[in-house]
Design a binder for this molecule. Structure first.
Ligand SMILES: Cc1cc2nc3c(=O)[nH]c(=O)nc-3n(C[C@H](O)[C@H](O)[C@H](O)COP(=O)(O)OP(=O)(O)OC[C@H]3O[C@@H](n4cnc5c(N)ncnc54)[C@H](O)[C@@H]3O)c2cc1C
Length: 513
């Protein structure tokens, strides 16, 4: 039995942000996450730190929140952000009224948008279409969502929070309209009972399943979005289509790659989000109107996430449902229960602040939030090597005894060493997958084809794996990579997959399931 003040359910950006906020206010908490950190939407988005411009037409409240939170995050966590700036560009055929009204809509929300001439836009981004007819410069940036949540977790732990990753909430025990205990369980069947004074449900799209366990219904819709990753970086800045928000409008550079999307499809459950071949075709066809080089680029991966959207009447399409968040106080039904959902990755800190303010009110604790000023420490657990240098350059500038094990993402032996020491955090089934989440190893252009073998052999040498353990772990990694590969198996991706099959199945017998 674990006793705590606050039980946080969900280890995405919101849940880890809530845990950090609580810990910095000196409030004991336990976070439970059914998978590894960022198993939900927080690990399956664009990584766009919104300037707010995307929402000036459909949701001005959310636009202003994004602007304010983006500014705070650039100040407190610059090491996980690439402050690229962004361009909104319209191409021939796009609505001239929207183009002309854009500046005024941005001004009304306090969002900076500077009109560029087409020549200026093309000089900044030569890959933009020659059919570009109008452009604005905005303050978009690119953020690493995995580092964000891992750094939140590290800082929360350093300040006393406890994390139980790999533990799924199974049930609540409710007495006199209060949750008196919660039962959580690992995949292997190990259970723990937790006795909290307050429960914060930060499970994004799964929030509705958690409230149901407490006998409460909230109205959410599950909107799946799919995203593709290119082998190379297609632009310096974030590129957005200058039109009423629609599919395939956003191209976000991050490290060595670009992430392009997204689609919007209603699904019945957040556990059913898989990309379809038709979505990949649609994204490429539509986004190539803004950046034609995409048609000739190698795609290395596709994945889907589910937006946690609170249902609103008369919203029309899912794109028109507000992107602001909801803090739901279940006081009338279950007094010590709070749900925080909706919102954006960009606004996770504000969401956490509001949820913790409410928890403090219920607990009668008078401690102010400090996360808007307190820098997010650069923790060793999430230490990434900057991608994009050549391996030769690495050897010239670094210790020859510290070679690169993952050359695409520049992950060295010493980083793998430090990750091995911290992997007790991980709750996935595979060490190699968990290592990728914490360092980007296996996530680059080779998608684990070469580096997985190097890291695996090294882990055998270090005694982490014995017998067949490492091969089983490798199989789990390859299955994970395969999920993102098979919907785009044509052209160069097919060639790569054939080589991967020959290497892994031919040499090691790791047939995929
Ligand atoms: C395709 C797409 C693109 C997006 N792009 C952007 C973007 O570029 N910028 C931006 O700001 N926002 C973006 N968003 C929105 C953003 O990703 C989400 O709003 C945000 O990540 C939600 O975070 P969260 O922590 O609330 O939820 P999640 O990240 O979904 O976390 C919920 C967690 O709860 C866990 N959980 C569920 N049930 C249980 C249980 N029973 N027990 C324990 N744990 C449980 C899940 O495993 C999960 O890890 C995008 C969303 C999508 C889908």
């Amino acid at each position: 039995m674990i006793k705590t003040k606050v039980l946080v359910i969900g280890g995405g950006a919101t849940g880890t942000g809530v845990a950090r906020d609580l810990a910095l206010r000196g409030i004991p908490c336990v976070l439970v996450e059914k998978g590894d950190i960022d198993s939900g939407a927080s690990g399956r988005n664009h990584g766009l730190l919104h300037s707010g411009a995307r929402y000036v037409y459909s949701d001005p409240v959310s636009a202003a929140e994004c602007k304010e939170e983006g500014t705070i995050l650039k100040r407190i966590a610059p090491h996980i952000i690439e402050d690229t700036g962004g361009i909104y560009a319209a191409v021939k055929g796009d609505d001239p009224t929207f183009i002309e009204d854009f500046q005024e809509m941005c001004d009304k929300c306090g969002i900076s948008a500077e009109r560029l001439t087409v020549e200026e836009a093309l000089a900044l981004e030569p890959n933009l279409s020659k059919d570009t007819i109008a452009a604005y410069k905005v303050e978009d940036a690119s953020i690493d969502p995995f580092r964000l949540s891992i750094e939140n977790m590290s800082d929360a732990k350093n300040n006393g929070a406890k994390f139980l990753t790999g533990y799924e909430l199974k049930s609540f025990k409710i007495e006199n309209k209060k949750i008196v205990s919660a039962t959580v369980q690992t995949k292997g069947g190990k259970t723990e009972d937790i006795e909290p004074e307050i429960v914060i449900n930060a499970t994004g799209s799964w929030a509705v399943m958690i409230t149901r366990m407490a006998g409460i219904d909230i109205d959410m819709v599950f909107s799946k979005g799919s995203l593709i990753v290119t082998q190379t970086r297609l632009s310096n800045m974030v590129l957005n289509r200058l039109r009423i928000p629609d599919d395939s409008d956003i191209i976000v550079p991050g490290g060595t790659v670009s992430i392009i999307g997204t689609t919007s499809e209603r699904i019945d459950s957040p556990d059913e989000a898989y990309p379809r071949v038709e979505e990949v075709d649609k994204i490429v066809d539509e986004a190539a109107k803004l950046i034609p080089v995409l048609k000739k680029s190698r795609l290395i991966r596709v994945y889907s996430g589910v937006r946690p959207l609170i249902k609103t009447e008369n919203a029309g399409s899912d794109r028109m449902i507000g992107r602001s968040f909801s803090v739901v106080d279940h006081e009338g039904t279950v007094g010590n229960f709070i749900t925080i959902t909706g919102g954006k990755l960009t606004t996770f800190r504000l969401m956490a602040e509001k949820a913790v303010d409410l928890a403090c009110k219920k607990l009668g604790i008078n401690k102010k939030c400090t996360t808007m000023d307190m820098p997010l420490p650069d923790s060793p657990t999430a230490k990434f090597i900057k991608p994009g240098y050549s391996a030769k350059q690495w050897l010239l500038n670094n210790d020859v005894n510290d070679p690169l094990l993952c050359e695409c993402e520049m992950v060295s032996k010493s980083v793998v060493d430090s990750l091995i020491e911290t992997l007790e955090d991980h709750a996935g089934d595979s060490y190699l997958v968990a290592m990728g989440l914490r360092s980007r190893a296996t996530k680059g252009p080779c998608q684990g084809m070469f580096c997985s073998l190097r890291i695996l052999s090294y882990m055998y040498d270090k005694g982490v794996f014995k017998g067949d353990e490492g091969l089983s772990d490798l199989k789990l990694l390859l299955n994970e990579r395969w999920k993102g590969l098979h919907p785009l198996l044509w052209d160069q991706a097919m060639v790569q997959a054939e080589l991967m099959e020959a290497l892994h199945c031919g040499f090691l017998g790791t047939e995929l399931e």
